[in-house]
Design a protein around this ligand. Structure first.
Ligand SMILES: [Zn+2]
Length: 164
């Protein structure tokens, strides 16, 4: 895997953009949270600045990971689709200052570095977007029980009856 290291300040100043894919297996913290390390996370990272002129990253990730169903413990495909706005501070002190005036809940403040690992950002965002507990809408074992529910008349059929 490419060493995806950026100078985050330059990246934002030059409004650079990068995108790619990273295997779940290459993200150890994520891999230990999911039920199998197959799958890839597609990502894009756009540098720029916010209204106050602070460097800012826009990160988008998407992909499918395997989680365990809390009901039947079977494997479940969970689609990750998430984005993050990350304002870059020079140090902890500035991060706290920016955090205080930041009205936008969607935005996070991180301390920037000249050797920022993009994979770390991707992994953090992926971990945040995975729910603590997931269940199948319909567990494979419960399929027979749900067949009855499917026998209900469709909305279309009901509509047809009303028109008569
Ligand atoms: Zn299940």
């Amino acid at each position: 895997m490419n060493a995806l290291v950026i100078d985050v300040f330059e990246f934002c100043r030059l409004k650079e953009r990068r995108e790619g894919e990273v295997a779940v297996a290459d993200l150890p913290r994520l891999a230990s949270e999911v039920a199998g390390d197959s799958g890839v996370i597609a990502w894009s990272l756009q540098g720029g600045s916010d209204q106050s002129g602070h460097p800012r990253l826009l990160l988008e990730i998407s992909g499918v990971v395997k989680l365990s169903c809390q009901r039947c413990l079977g494997s479940l495909d969970f689609a990750i689709s998430s984005s993050a706005k990350l304002v870059i501070a020079i140090d902890e002190e500035e991060a706290d200052r920016i955090d205080e005036v930041l009205a936008d809940d969607d935005t996070d403040v991180i301390v920037g570095t000249k050797t920022l690992l993009i994979a770390d950002l991707i992994e953090d965002e992926a971990l945040l977007s995975i729910p603590a507990s997931v269940k199948h809408d319909l567990c494979p074992d419960a399929e027979s029980a749900a067949v009855d529910a499917l026998k209900k008349p469709s909305a279309f059929a009901v509509l047809k009856d009303l028109k008569r």
